[in-house]
Design a binder for this molecule. Structure first.
Ligand code: HMG
Ligand code: MG
Length: 303
């Protein structure tokens, strides 16, 4: 099987990684993190989230973060925008790519964004139109594509249905998300194939949380079906506040290490990402949740 020779890694640590932290992280720490990541070579960084601060207090500093970072030419800075209030704030903050986020599970849609899937698509329609008017990239996330913390099984038909509805809104990219990290590699091809029947494969991304330790294996399985965009979180930070027990995304350092070993080009400097992971982990007062990151840091320390 021929794997892709090149992939795009979207760094989601500053958003998905930090959104669930209980202690407020000062904006200047987030700014330093985003700047370290852009210097490491990412072309797309999910840096902010313009959601209700009552729902996700940690993201309340998003405007400040975007105002404080050093914009690196060529880097796409993205943010979650669930509705027009979020879109307007994202526009004012100079976001390049807005992310609408829906779900393949009705139960999760209600818990996460307080509306049904059908209602969410109607809300997103306004955001999508505004994004086009302002020449912003439009991305969509499909949560619970592999299983839901509230409803359990999610059918392939539900995934394909929501992907098709998001496609019709004019999305440039659609993220197939394993919100609670329950997928195993044999589940990957059926879900990705179902999505690829309604949306171009090169616009699909794999967004794998690592709750059950399957994320790298699931990425490998996605490479085998030709997916070329992956989300990852520096130091393995994260978890979704509306998916209890779900841990962070797959650690970026681990993904980069695997891609390097497979000879797949990412354009990203692994050593610089290890530094960013150690920096934010020091601030949070705990060890990074990245096997490769910690191994590289330990090797450096003993050299
Ligand atoms: P709602 O309560 O139904 O909204 O929440 P509302 O329109 O009735 O507004 C209620 C209040 O929120 C009002 O304020 C609004 O102004 C305010 P009040 O009058 O009470 O003072 N409000 C906002 N404030 C700031 N920014 C906004 C905004 N919108 C309304 N954009 C809403 C609906 C969608 C806003 C809410 O449910 C929400 O913010 N949810 C976000 C949940 C979230 O961020 N979850 C985590 C991210 S998703 C994720 O992690 C999954 C992903 O990684 C993929 C995966 O792994 O699955 C993407
Ligand atoms: Mg996520």
């Amino acid at each position: 099987m021929t794997l892709p020779s090149k992939v795009k890694i979207v760094e989601v640590g500053p958003r998905d990684g930090l959104q669930n932290e209980k202690e407020t992280i000062p904006a200047d720490i987030k700014i330093t993190l985003v700047d370290q990541l852009s210097a490491a070579g990412f072309v797309n960084i999910e840096a902010a989230s313009f959601v209700s601060p009552k729902w996700v207090p940690q993201m309340a500093t998003s405007t400040e973060v975007m105002a404080g970072i050093t914009r690196r030419p060529g880097v796409i800075y993205s943010a979650l925008t669930p509705n027009m209030k979020g879109f307007d704030a994202a526009l004012a903050a100079g976001i390049d790519e807005v992310v609408i986020f829906g779900a393949a599970s009705e139960a999760f849609s209600q818990k996460n964004i307080n509306c049904s899937i059908a209602e969410s698509i109607e809300r997103f329609r306004d955001v999508a139109l505004a994004a086009k008017q302002h020449n912003k990239r439009l991305r969509a996330a499909v949560s619970c594509a592999f299983g839901c913390p509230y409803q359990g099984e999610v059918s392939l038909a539900s995934v394909a249905d929501v992907v098709a509805r998001l496609r019709d809104l004019g999305c440039d990219e659609i993220d197939i998300a394993d919100t609670i990290g329950v997928a195993t590699p044999n589940k990957v091809a059926p879900v990705m194939d179902a999505a690829a029947r309604v949306f171009h494969l090169d616009g699909l991304s794999g967004h794998f949380h690592d709750t059950y330790g399957q994320a790298l294996a699931n990425i490998y399985a996605s490479l085998e079906v030709g997916v070329t965009i992956y989300h990852a979180s520096v130091a393995g930070l994260g978890g979704c506040p509306y998916a209890k027990g779900a841990t962070g995304n797959v650690a970026t350092e681990d993904v980069l290490y695997m891609m390097q070993g497979l000879g797949i080009e990412t354009g990203i400097d692994l050593d610089a990402v290890v530094d960013a992971g150690q920096f934010i982990s020091r601030h949070l007062g705990r060890k990074a949740v990245s096997r490769a990151g910690n191994a590289i840091a330990a090797k450096r320390a003993s050299a």
